[in-house]
Design a protein. Structure first.
Length: 404
């Protein structure tokens, strides 16, 4: 016989300490859940009596609705089970609750929005939306549910992403699929699908090792000495790149926002945008020389050190700030490409290369890896060890001279 009971899903507590109330159906030791539509703070739930506490402002109404729904669920389970002796708890659930499949894209969009509202980064939100938009383009007006996305679907979609039309790399596809897998895991958590219906159980997400581009001391010196007309954007972008190569590999999102009031004459003191880490970096001589170039009598403490963003930019508005940083980054990387061609450098140069270059140079010069990790604001030392492997690889090649 199947049993029905009211369950407070403490295993699904959200950040507000609220959890859903479900009806639990057990049949042959298999469990399924029916959502009642109620979310209750755990302080308002009586775990001994398994009911809502009377101090809840809507306790009478919720008790009444739950009692009616519970009675209705019990009757349906009893009737359906009498007609179908071999049914499972899932089939009983579908009969009682209905089994309308959930459309994937609307669910994914709602999940992305909720994640952003709950403290997520605007950059991450935009990346997630771009993953969903690619899937929408592939669907070409068709709607599909979670059950429509199986391992065959993932294989066909991967082929599409690799096509001449889209030209996504293996690692880009891998990142997209990791996000799609997160959506499926959330759907499982919300009892929208079962674990066995997750297509990623039969699909292996692929990845390729990438080589981190970085510059040597000589290559950075070439860029430093590259002639650019003072006062031009090209000159400014070159200075910003060189500055980051010497001053901790500061991210483009941070270097664009640093103001004079965050420079005390020796250190830059700021909070990073990506990791919200507070950091203080002592500026080496080369960095001080670049700062002196931009420290004119006209600048105010509240001005950006490197004048790329508008002075009155609303930096407290995530959407506006992210868009401004994106536009500035594209402009800077375009000009770095011009410098690269001018110098006939074989290596690709983007602003992020300054970060890689600082890290590898710091390790070569003997800086302890923990210090490098701290300045780069890495949350895990394993991330920094990637640069250590690059340096060790260089040392291995250097030792090959004894094989000649």
């Amino acid at each position: 016989m199947a049993s029905v009971s009211i369950i407070y899903r403490k295993d699904k507590l959200n950040k507000k300490d609220e959890a859903p109330i479900h009806f639990r159906i057990i049949k042959d030791r298999k469990i399924s859940y029916l959502a009642t539509g109620f979310m209750v703070h755990q302080d308002f739930w009586d775990f001994e009596k398994n009911q809502i506490k009377s101090k809840h402002p809507n306790s009478k109404r919720i008790k009444s609705v739950l009692a009616n729904k519970f009675s209705e669920a019990q009757d349906k389970v009893f009737d359906f089970e009498n007609k179908n002796k071999s049914v499972t708890s899932r089939k009983i659930r579908n009969e009682v609750y209905g089994n309308k499949p959930t459309d994937f894209i609307p669910f994914a969009e709602k999940l992305a929005k909720e994640s952003y509202k709950n403290g997520g980064k605007i950059g991450t939100y935009n990346k997630n939306l771009s993953v969903i938009e690619k899937l929408r383009t592939y669907a070409d007006g068709r709607s599909f549910t979670f059950y429509d996305i199986d391992s065959d679907f993932l294989i066909k979609y991967e082929t599409y992403l690799r096509s001449e039309k889209v030209k996504n790399t293996t690692n880009t596809i891998g990142k997209d699929y990791k996000y799609l897998r997160r959506i499926f895991n959330e759907a499982i958590r919300q009892d929208i699908i079962e674990h066995k219906d997750n297509p990623f159980l039969k699909y292996q997400i692929k990845s390729e090792k990438t080589q981190r581009e970085y510059l040597t001391d000589d290559e950075i010196k070439l860029i430093e000495e590259c002639h650019t007309t003072s006062g031009t954007r090209l000159d400014l972008h070159k200075d910003m790149f060189i500055f980051a190569c010497y001053v901790g590999g500061i991210r483009i999102s941070d270097i664009l926002q640093i103001r004079w009031e965050q420079f005390d004459g020796v250190h830059l003191n700021f909070t990073t945008m990506k990791t919200t880490s507070q950091i203080s970096i002592k500026i080496p001589i080369k960095g001080l020389e670049i700062l002196a170039k931009y420290k004119t009598d006209e600048v105010e403490k509240s001005d950006f050190i490197f004048p790329m963003l508008e002075k009155n930019l609303k930096t407290n508005d995530d959407v506006i700030l992210n868009k401004a940083i994106g536009c500035a980054s594209s402009y800077i990387n375009k000009n770095l490409g011009i410098i690269r061609k001018k110098l006939e450098l074989k290596k690709h140069i983007s602003f992020h290369v300054s970060r890689n270059s600082w890290a590898t140079r710091a390790l070569r010069k003997g800086m302890r890896i923990e210090y490098v990790s701290k300045i780069l604001t890495h949350s895990d030392l394993k991330t920094t060890q990637i640069y250590a492997k690059i340096v060790n690889s260089e040392l291995d090649k250097a030792m090959d001279v004894f094989n000649d």
